[in-house]
Write a protein that binds this ligand. Structure first.
Ligand code: NAD
Length: 357
């Protein structure tokens, strides 16, 4: 089959494309605007496969989205393109409203027209898979607030209560996708996933930021007490789950995806420091670099996913525990410091598409 992946130059999108090209015989078209978060270097290992094509297109540009659909005629769409960084959404929400809400609306309308004109099996088997976050559900009781925190988990039926401009924009896009299913019958699938980590993660995010700052001897900034709880999932486990949903999921359904790896942020930072101490020993402790900074406004206290539905209905379970995944991630960053350097100094943007070599 031929899959159109939006946001395929980003962290999770590139993992999805690497997974599909490496493990299946499918073709992939990557539609990506290449914002600061898009990096084609994350796809270097698959871009010469003969089953991969790239289109530099903004999902808000209806004419260009129509052209790509007409030219490539995909069997399914996996929609990952988004503005994704919570802190950036607090500093400047406009791009989040534009891409996450208006862009998703534009893509849905283009897809609806494309799908309505399909015929036979191609129409019956077509899928539109919207990739979203567990942050749409707001936050859960923290272990310091209740004795039985572990009994409170996000399920597919949890009411939406987003806290940040990012999560509110993703919640809006989820509602649009559900409405296009109910009103127009578009064969949609929706997944809401917990925090991802792993290779090729942009260095502004918690885990790569901590690894790279520690290696440079810079402070490791932790919000507030660092006791916010996140449910971590290794990005390649997420990529496998997404492919399973788009190929085997039931249209109209929502699936929560999570690793059942609840960790306080401070525990994550300690783990990274300890692995670095072992792999890159130094006289002083990496933990001494940890500094606390003023907490993020509206910061969600705890996220945790019940992934029972995707496990029982589609047979997906994560292959990595947090302990194995975080070790592989630290090792990957140590082995790919050139990739990090090119992101941090902006080379990846200047040289993209062979503009300057
Ligand atoms: P990312 O920021 O790393 O990548 C986003 C990609 O989308 C980039 O390649 C960017 O160039 C592209 N893009 C942005 N605006 C665009 C536009 N207008 N048109 C076309 N392309 C555009 O994000 P990510 O972490 O890979 O997340 C991918 C998706 O998964 C997002 O929808 C996000 O909400 C969701 N998600 C992320 C996480 C996580 O932990 N990172 C968890 C759950 C869900």
């Amino acid at each position: 089959m031929k899959l159109l992946v939006t946001g395929g130059a980003g962290f999770i999108g590139s993992a999805v494309i690497r997974h599909i090209i490496t493990n299946t015989r499918d073709e992939v078209v990557n539609l990506d605007k290449l914002t600061y978060a898009g990096n084609l270097e994350s796809l270097a290992e698959v871009s010469d496969s003969g089953r991969y094509a790239f289109e530099q297109v903004d999902i808000c540009n209806r004419a260009e989205v129509d052209r790509v659909l007409a030219q490539h005629r995909p069997d399914a769409i996996m929609h990952l393109a988004a503005e994704s960084h919570v802190d950036r959404s607090i500093d400047g929400p406009a791009d989040f409203i534009e891409t996450n809400i208006v862009g998703t609306y534009t893509l849905l309308e283009a897809t609806r027209q494309y799908w309505q004109e399909l015929r036979g099996d191609k129409k019956d088997n077509f899928r539109f898979h919207h990739i979203s976050t567990d942050e749409v559900y707001g936050d859960l009781p923290h272990p310091t607030e209740t004795e039985n925190a572990e009994e409170h988990l996000f399920t597919e039926d949890t009411a939406y209560a987003p806290s940040s401009p990012y999560s509110a924009s993703k919640a809006s896009s989820d509602h649009l996708v559900r409405a296009w299913r109910r009103t127009y019958g578009l064969p949609t699938l929706l997944t809401n996933c917990s925090n991802n980590y792993g290779p090729y993660h942009f260095p502004e995010k918690l885990i790569p930021l901590m690894i790279l700052n520690a290696l440079e001897g810079k402070p490791l900034p932790v919000y507030g007490k660092g006791d916010q709880v996140r449910d971590w999932l290794y990005v390649e486990d997420h990529a496998r789950a997404l492919y399973k949903v788009v190929t085997e999921g039931t249209p109209g359904e929502t699936y929560n995806i999570g690793g059942h790896n609840e960790k306080q942020n401070i525990e994550v930072v300690h783990t990274i420091c300890d692995i670095l101490q072992e792999l890159r020993p130094q006289q002083t402790s990496y933990r001494d670099l940890i500094t606390t900074v003023k907490d993020r406004p509206g910061h969600d206290r705890r996220y945790a996913i019940d992934a029972g539905k995707i496990r029982e209905e589609l047979g997906w379970t994560p292959q990595e525990t947090f302990e194995t995944g975080i070790r592989q991630t630290v090792q990957w960053y140590l082995q790919n410091l050139d990739w990090c350097q090119r992101v941090q100094d902006g080379t990846y943007q200047r040289e993209r598409l062979g503009e300057v070599v």
